[in-house]
Design a protein around this ligand. Sequence first.
Ligand code: SAH
Length: 355
Amino acid sequence: MTALSDILAAQIRASGPMRMDAFMGACLMHPQYGYYMTRDPLGAGGDFITAPEISQMFGELLGLCLAQAWMDQGRPSPFALVELGPGRGTLMTDLLRAAKGVPGFHEALTLYLVEASPVLRARQAAELGEDRATWLERVDDLPDLPTFAVANEFFDALPIRQLIRADEGWRERVVGERRGALVAGLEDVKSVPALAHRLADTKDGDAVELCPTAPAVIEALGTRIATRGGTAIVIDYGDWRSLGDTLQAVRAQAPVPFLEAPGEADLTAHVDFEALARAVPEGCHHSKVTPQGIFLERLGITTRAQALAQHLSGTKLDAHVAAHRRLTAPGEMGTLFKAMALYPEGAAPPPGLDP
Ligand code: SAH
């Protein structure tokens, strides 16, 4: 039980069970007790660790990938360099450092960071410098400029609904309350238009997840890319098509039941890349969804790893070799995580990704 579970229980008593997206949204972003509002969950001592925190190579390779796409599109200037959910600012720091070698890139860019968490905004400002970036609440607030964007483990934090196939329709997973405690339940729902196409490939009892806010984010990026140029690279765990319950609660790097500690545990769900692809607007294309390990190998992670290894020995070298493996090996992040890019019609996808 947490302060937030009492608040949610009272709210449910007053107005009935909550959909999972409302529950997850409150757990992560409640202004006072939301998980991301109160802490920096990243890094070795935190609740979870992400690719840029594992190795500098991740941000460096993404930086060179975006810079190459920028060159391939004729070096537009000025352009918006954008990160969604920049965490501690580590990826952007590594990206900017690597792209220093690309003539004109730094001079042409204006940096925009889309970040909801005040704690992480402060952390990003400390890492990158207060004056280095403009912070935005929402993707809609981005300027109308050529847009080169990256989003690593951003979409997995957006709240999802969970629907269970029942006959020719769906039942919805909800959170209710019993004697002050939060309990999971199911409710009948009317038709779910966004899942009409899933009636063909699911059977009774199958769970399908739906992220109501993700399509608008893709649409906002895609519209700028279609009209002004640019590219957006989305990296996250998940697959082409959502199937099954993937909601995961993690506290101190260990899984916990999702109702156990609202606001104290990170909640994420697998990203449904097909749903992102379906939201890509006219004039914009999306690449094939590619496993992270393959994407990073194509960008030259092994060559970069060897170059860095030259200056390392002992436990530092061991950690570096382990980090390379963790990012790319099939049993680790290499296949679970996927990359997909948006790019303008008539342009090539960024290096490492296929049309
Ligand atoms: N990209 C970073 C951090 C991933 S954690 C990394 O790879 O290390 C998720 C990030 O998205 C955090 O910065 C979190 O505060 C931010 N975030 C989550 N939901 C958001 C939302 N709805 N709007 C803006 N930022 C959000």
